[in-house]
Design a protein around this ligand. Structure first.
Ligand code: DQA
Length: 146
């Protein structure tokens, strides 16, 4: 059984109401339910946290070292700004997959750079709620490799 920490960054608590033209009508609650279902079919478990605070996300990444096998993260806008979040992932050195609902490369140029990408196994961007599902699959498949 693989234990995965799922982290949702700032403003993702507003999904469903927030810029629906970009992020759709799906709520964070619905995304978490889907992840729970998907985890079950992959023989994995997910522990989910959303925070608008960089420090809380960093503390959670530090705590993951003893508790989880991998991290699935949508860092929201911190993706494009946070060296500290990137360093936390590098420090714990747990396999990490980066996901985004929207395709960050089709949007404003300030979203084209990710500080997370260079410390992640890979990134899935642009498939809405499916980005999370595909990201979880990819992470668990990676962990199952001998
Ligand atoms: C996002 C993309 C980011 O650029 C943005 O700041 C978000 C959401 C996404 O899931 O598409 O908050 O990470």
């Amino acid at each position: 059984m693989y234990s995965i920490l799922v982290l949702h960054g700032p403003n993702l608590n507003l999904l469903g109401k927030r810029e629906p033209g970009i992020y759709g009508s799906v709520t964070l609650e619905q995304i978490n339910q889907k992840l729970d279902q998907e985890a079950r079919s992959l023989q994995a478990t997910v522990s989910v946290l959303q925070s608008n605070s960089e420090g809380v996300l960093i503390d959670e990444i530090h705590g993951a070292l003893e508790r989880h096998h991998g991290i699935l993260i949508n860092a929201g806008a911190y993706t494009h700004t946070s060296v500290a979040l990137r360093d936390a992932i590098a420090a714990v050195n747990l396999p990490t997959v980066e996901v985004h609902l929207s395709n960050i490369y089709r949007r404003e140029s300030f979203r084209h750079h990710s500080y997370i990408a260079s410390v992640a196994i890979g990134q899935i961007s642009g498939f809405g709620v499916d980005s999370y599902r595909l990201g979880l699959q990819a992470l668990v498949n990676y962990l199952k490799q001998p």
